[in-house]
Design a protein around this ligand. Structure first.
Ligand code: PGA
Length: 265
């Protein structure tokens, strides 16, 4: 039987919280999640602060012994060089970053990231011992035109090109319909499950085999809140959530994480 996938709830702070606010946020989060994080293999939690906060968040979680994984929101594919304003994967690894979001739809649409760049970034993340969270998702126009499946599966294939089955089994794919991000419009659990099953996990199975497909963690993202997380987590092919707005407030984010695992303690 396939091994149970540990749920992963990730907070993508985007361009919010300076380093003082970040410290307060993770301290409170660590306190609110103390019991749930003490349970072996119940849930993994990551936070993805802006680059300027990473060092502060790192020292806070390490000195307080908080079991929250440190994540980044992006990285450059090259290890170093003349790339003004960019941050490399080795720099992130040096800060004990463990997860890096790549190919978020805001990066793709606002900063011109292509499927090839997403693939190169995923490889750089692996080359530095970290785990990529690869984001895919369709626009509203694509959904209305019936092109969701084609769009998502081609993004998945392109992002994973050249990786091996073991790497693919260890990474995370976040399905985020663009029309649901920051809009308050959440996909129905049927819509989310259909895409995560047919156009994400089945694509991984076709290209990389059953072991990789059974192991890869698939998150849903797009207006996930404490009051809709339970429905999302009930979907067989969804193993967690990538959360924007609701991850900024530690009370909300903790409530969402507790809801994700049905914690009543
Ligand atoms: P949202 O953002 O939860 O605010 O919709 C999700 C994301 O962009 O990852």
């Amino acid at each position: 039987m396939a091994k149970r996938r540990i749920p992963l709830i990730s907070g993508n702070w985007k361009m919010n919280h300076n380093h003082f606010e970040a410290i307060q946020c993770v301290q409170k989060l660590g306190y609110l999640l103390k019991e749930v994080l003490a349970e072996e293999e119940l849930v993994d939690v990551t936070v993805h602060p802006p680059f300027t906060d990473l060092r502060s968040v790192q020292t806070t979680v390490e000195s307080d012994g908080v079991k929250i994984g440190l994540g980044a929101q992006n990285c450059h594919p090259e290890p170093s060089g003349a790339f003004t304003g960019e941050v490399s994967a080795p720099m992130l690894a040096k800060l004990n970053v463990t997860y890096v979001i790549v190919g978020h739809s805001e990066r793709r649409t606002l900063f011109g990231e292509t499927d090839d760049m997403v693939n190169a970034k995923a490889k750089a993340v692996f080359a530095n011992g970290m785990t990529p969270i690869i984001c895919v998702g369709e626009t509203l126009e694509e959904r209305e035109a019936g092109a969701t499946g084609e769009r998502v599966s081609s993004q998945v294939k392109a992002a994973l090109e050249g990786l091996d089955a073991t790497q693919v089994g260890s990474l995370v794919i976040a399905y985020e319909p663009i029309w649901a991000i920051g809009t308050g419009k959440v996909a129905t659990s049927e819509q989310a499950q259909e895409v995560c099953n047919t156009h994400v996990r089945a694509v991984v199975r076709d290209v990389f085999g059953t072991d990789a497909a059974d192991a890869v963690r698939v998150q849903y993202g797009g207006s996930v809140k404490p009051d809709n997380i339970a429905d999302i987590m009930a979907c067989a092919d969804i193993d967690g959530a990538l959360v924007g707005g609701a991850s900024l407030d530690p009370d909300d984010f903790a409530a969402l994480i507790h809801g994700a695992v049905g914690w009543t303690g």
